[in-house]
Design a protein around this ligand. Sequence first.
Ligand SMILES: Nc1ncnc2c1ncn2[C@@H]1O[C@H](COP(=O)(O)OP(=O)(O)O)[C@@H](O)[C@H]1O
Ligand SMILES: [Mg+2]
Length: 255
Amino acid sequence: MCTLVAISNQKGGVGKTTTTNALAAGLKHKGYRVLAIDLDSQGNLSFSFGAVTDGVACAYHVLKGEATAREAIQHTEIADIIAGNILLSSVELELTGTGREFVLKEALENILPDYDYILLDTPPALSILTVNAFTAAQRVIIPMLADIFSLQGITQLNDTVTRVRKYCNPSLIVSGILLTRYNERTLLSREIKETAAMISQQLQIPLFKTFIRNSVAISEAHSLESDLFEYAPKNNAVNDYMAFVDEFLEREQLL
Ligand SMILES: Nc1ncnc2c1ncn2[C@@H]1O[C@H](COP(=O)(O)OP(=O)(O)O)[C@@H](O)[C@H]1O
Ligand SMILES: [Mg+2]
């Protein structure tokens, strides 16, 4: 059975795209069949996969019914991907009418037998694209920066998850909050870890035991369109992502 996972947080720069990329590569290394879908008009995930974003069928065309999901799939070294580009920025206005939350879910139905995991990288907004991702997905992963402002948005994000669960997708489960770009050396980071644990308890959202340390190798691998685990297998942050993939899979076994 195929599991769809949305990676989401309405804040930008918190590691959504990095986490989607790492989870895709990590699951692929473990032998799973993985498709990533770039739902952000910035197309960062597509770039990090070395995918083509111009003149080919992309996520926008799939959502508009102008291409099938299968037609939009590109095979890359990291994993398969349906690319995203600037066209997605107008989807908010173009997807109108009854059932607009279900467009992605319906578009992916035909390809579910081809994959074990479909990962949805979402834009930095609680927009119709994010709602479509939550409606199609069974799981949500919330990457969060280890800074105090990040904590504020989690309640709002959790409200959106709750609403989608109520109206569109009763089987949506938050896998957990993942602390990213963690710097052990600052006092504040330790405080954040405690605050994150508290928030997780209050909202009853699990916190991943693994947290991702800050490392320049992460941005380097992305700009070189490389697989993280091959680019810097000994790097701390890369090891953290490896542990995160294991922890994610362990949790899946328990659900
Ligand atoms: N663990 C990390 N260490 C160092 N830089 C990171 C790490 N995770 C992400 N980054 C960098 O931070 C920036 C934002 O990350 P990104 O994954 O694009 O966030 P989002 O998708 O939430 O906007 C990118 O330049 C990325 O390379
Ligand atoms: Mg992103």
